[in-house]
Design a protein around this ligand. Structure first.
Ligand SMILES: [Fe+2]
Length: 485
């Protein structure tokens, strides 16, 4: 039986194709339409999905009626008229029956049913779906049960997004930049924000004094030091998340923790949680935000564990990978592109749509920034052979295959391009099984240069999503004179 999972019509659409326990295909819509965070499905994406089989059933990632009720309650009358689910899908000529699962249920299922655990505590934290904004779940075998939840308008995610806008960035999209900016500031407004916005945090209850859904652009216009504001909201967020995890650890006997929902993309907070050591193992799916809920919707419906092998589930660029050529270019200090195999499902480039270079040297960061054209304060990430990670980084977890944790760099002076202002790095650890070709490239680079890591950043033209197909890659190569392998 082929089931399609759909997450769409809000802010970052995606589609997953699942046959029994196998994920055949999963991709964010933006990769095909070339519009960042595209909320809508498109014909090219649907055509690619259909190559894996037509759906016998479609599962929509949330419950439109509940969502409509919440929007009515919140006074978002214009949005209420929007059609979700089957009416939306008819535009794409889908005639299979449609089922609906809860928004947080999709997040929880995306985490639990792709995890290596048979039993786990699952914490979902995001901005808003239907009503829930924070929820705690227990997974055991095929059972997934809600343990507790906090409802709208009390939302940690909405508060973070509101402050994302307050520091001049795009809410629901550029929260990761706030996290990077935070390293440059001091959390001097943490108490002020807490006092003015938080009515109560008595874990798990997190209650706001007011609804921040429409933003806090008005907040204290005299404060213009956005790095300090970023550091303050980041600190408050970390405290609440750690408080929730402590409560969850005390309330259950689970040793495995799963984090999902948009807040699980906050790798600085994830690392704090990991360092608490309250759970033995932590699993965060590589696409924990709403886009990952296309897989989650299917799993929430079937309540079956999926065969999770790797996140390379998208469009396939089928061409040989010239490891020797890539190695020669890297040894010569070149920046190279990789556009090979199936695209990553999730926001991070994990080796199939990546820009790689030697992470050593004073000018590496500038050279890559020239190509990426992004804020100078944002560091690049390293990909390292897993067995060498501890030698170079103080890791909060044993492995970090999807760049979801930050670690202190032991010798930041040797690797300035991958060391953030606070001497941390968002590490991707790599084993042979995760990605044999990239591992072999790293292994050869290590053997010939003594360095077991490479700088790894996403292969995309500024303002565009990750490269998807070969013609996107060629456009990139022409614009920047970067050789693509
Ligand atoms: Fe969500």
């Amino acid at each position: 039986m082929i089931i399609y999972g759909i997450s769409a019509n809000e802010h970052d659409a995606s589609l997953a194709v699942v046959r029994d326990e196998d994920i055949l295909f999963a991709s964010n819509a933006e990769r095909y339409s070339r519009k960042k965070n595209d909320p809508h499905l498109n014909e090219a994406l649907v055509a690619d999905a259909r190559a894996y089989g037509d759906p016998d059933l479609i599962v929509w990632y949330e419950k439109p009626l509940l969502k409509r009720a919440r929007k009515l309650w919140a006074g978002q009358h214009k949005d209420v008229l929007r059609t979700d689910g089957s009416a939306y899908l008819r535009r794409f000529m889908f005639d299979a029956p449609v089922r609906y699962v809860g928004h947080h249920e999709s997040h929880a299922a995306a985490g639990f049913f792709t995890s290596p655990f048979d039993k786990a505590a699952i914490l979902v934290v995001d901005a808003i779906g239907e009503w829930d904004t924070i929820s705690a779940w227990e997974g055991c075998g095929r059972s997934l049960k809600k343990f507790w939840s906090q409802r709208y308008p009390h939302s940690l995610g909405l508060l973070y997004s509101a402050f994302t806008q307050r520091v001049g960035l795009k809410p629901n999209e550029e929260e990761y930049i706030v996290m990077g900016m935070a390293a440059y500031g001091k959390p001097i407004y943490r108490d002020l924000i807490w006092e003015e916005f938080v009515a109560r945090f008595d874990p798990p209850y997190f209650v706001l004094k007011e609804n921040v859904h429409r933003g806090v652009r008005w907040w204290r216009p005299e404060l213009q030091d956005r790095e300090n504001i970023a550091a303050s909201i980041q600190k408050l967020t970390e405290e609440v998340l750690v408080g929730l995890v402590r409560w969850f650890a005390k309330s259950t006997s689970h040793r495995n923790l799963i984090l999902t929902g948009g807040l699980a993309l906050n790798c600085v907070a994830n690392s704090q949680i990991a360092r608490e050591g309250l759970f033995q193992n932590i699993w965060i799916p590589p696409n924990p935000g709403d886009a990952g809920s296309s897989i989650g919707a299917v799993a929430a419906h079937t309540r079956r564990h999926l065969n999770w092998v790797h996140p390379y589930l998208g469009y396939n660029i089928d061409r040989p990978f010239d490891i020797d050529g890539a190695l020669t270019a890297l040894k010569a200090g070149k920046v190279i592109g990789i556009a090979n195999g199936r695209a990553e499902f999730g926001p991070r480039a994990l080796g199939n749509r990546s820009l790689l270079t030697d992470p050593r040297g004073r000018f590496t960061k500038d050279r890559v920034n020239l190509i990426k054209k992004r804020e100078l304060f944002r560091p690049f990430a390293p990909v390292i052979m897993a067995e060498h990670a501890d030698q170079y980084f103080d890791m909060p977890v044993k492995t970090s295959p999807y760049m979801q944790f930050v670690a202190s760099v032991r010798h930041p002076e040797l690797f300035p391009a991958i060391s953030h202002y606070d001497n941390t790095a968002r590490v991707q650890t790599l084993t042979y099984d995760q990605h044999p070709k990239l591992y072999r490239l790293l292994e050869s680079f290590h053997r010939e240069t003594g360095c077991p890591m490479l700088l790894n950043t996403s292969l995309n033209i500024k303002g565009e999503p990750l490269v998807n197909n070969w013609s996107d890659a060629e456009r990139f190569a022409t614009q920047w004179g970067v050789k693509i392998f």
